[in-house]
Design a protein around this ligand. Structure first.
Ligand code: GRG
Length: 319
């Protein structure tokens, strides 16, 4: 098995933040998520200090959209639930009490998120109306981080999520949509955030569908008949960890697949061996390696995708 090239990956993450090339401007709409992916990659390697905390926090706060009272992906962008969760997660990694935010900002965030829930329990990503199970998980986690989950929000969300489960045990992005590993993750993890894993924990169809995602080289695909992609190991493995079925897949083979996706010269990870690296796949490869039990990483909480040290002291929702 190849060795994990830690220093190269630290340098890779730092480089993403330091360079301002063409790709930087093209990916402006993903910048807040990118910060989360970079910070999580570093935190998992126990190297959080490789990026300056002050600058990272300053960037996050500069993405505040004062009209809608939440975070956009980049300064001047409209607020969106995805960038709002990423911003909150990174601030939480640095300060468990979110002291970087004023009380007014926290109240604004709660109002923004609650205002995105529709009458059927689903959530829009922003005021423009896209609906996807991703946004339910994102909203529930963000409200929990703010200590603001309420029973009406939780009950309607759970009802909606369970309407998205399919005959094969998996979940899709909306009722009736095809099962996809990443959507299964957001649905099951959302149930875990609100302490309703009882609805799926003994579902052997779900666990079987997830374990069938492993292909001969050790990597996972996101749905039947598709190629493996290193990011799916994160969505699938987290889920198996959440429902206590990680032993249903071959973890040694998986580690070997992940390590074959790293760039030995420049650092970083790609979706498959020898492809172009990016910060998204780098984050999920490194956090995924930690979840396989490989040595040298901190403990990750699979429900929140945050360091266990951060989530250990959070007040969890009790059903
Ligand atoms: C806190 C970790 C964390 C996440 C927040 C946004 C979110 C919640 C989760 C995203 C889940 C998701 C839907 C990821 C997309 C994964 C992906 C690469 C999908 C690509 O789909 P296709 O159809 O690829 O292009 P396949 O492999 O099916 O051909």
């Amino acid at each position: 098995m190849e060795a994990f090239l830690k220093q190269k990956h630290i340098d890779y993450v730092k480089l993403q933040e330091e360079h301002r090339l063409y790709e930087y401007w093209l990916s402006e709409h993903l910048r807040m998520n990118g910060i989360y992916w970079g910070i999580m990659a570093l935190a998992t390697m126990d190297e959080l200090a490789a990026l300056p905390q002050e600058k990272v926090e300053e960037f996050i706060l500069s993405c505040w959209d004062d009209k809608y009272k939440a975070f956009g992906a980049f300064p001047g962008h409209d607020a969106h639930i995805l960038s709002t969760l990423s911003g909150l997660q990174v601030l939480k990694v640095y300060d468990s009490e979110l002291k970087q935010l004023t009380d007014d900002q926290k109240q604004g965030l709660i109002k923004f998120i609650e205002g995105l829930q529709l009458s059927d329990g689903s959530f829009q990503g922003d005021r423009f109306g896209e609906v996807d199970t991703r946004f339910v998980y994102t909203a529930l986690q963000a409200l929990l981080l703010l200590g603001a989950l309420t029973k009406p929000v939780v009950d309607r969300s759970v009802e909606f999520i369970m309407r998205c489960q399919n005959f094969d045990g998996g979940f899709g992005m909306a009722p009736g949509s095809e099962s996809h590993a990443a959507q299964v993750f957001v649905c099951v993890a959302a149930l875990a955030v609100v302490d309703r894993l009882d609805l799926v924990v003994n579902d052997t169809k779900l666990a079987a569908w997830l374990s069938e995602r492993q292909l001969p080289l050790g990597g996972f695909n996101g749905r039947p008949e598709k190629l493996e992609d290193v990011c799916y190991l994160w969505w699938v493995l987290l889920l198996l960890a959440i429902i206590d079925k990680s032993h249903w897949v071959d973890l040694a083979k998986l580690q070997s697949f992940i390590l074959s996706c790293q760039d030995p010269e420049k650092g970083g990870f790609s979706d498959r061996p020898d492809n172009q690296t990016d910060i998204y796949h780098t984050c999920f490869s490194i956090t995924g390696l930690a979840l396989t039990g490989a040595p040298g990483f901190i403990d990750i909480d699979p429900v929140f995708c945050l360091p266990r040290a951060v989530t250990a002291n959070m007040t969890k929702w009790k059903a």
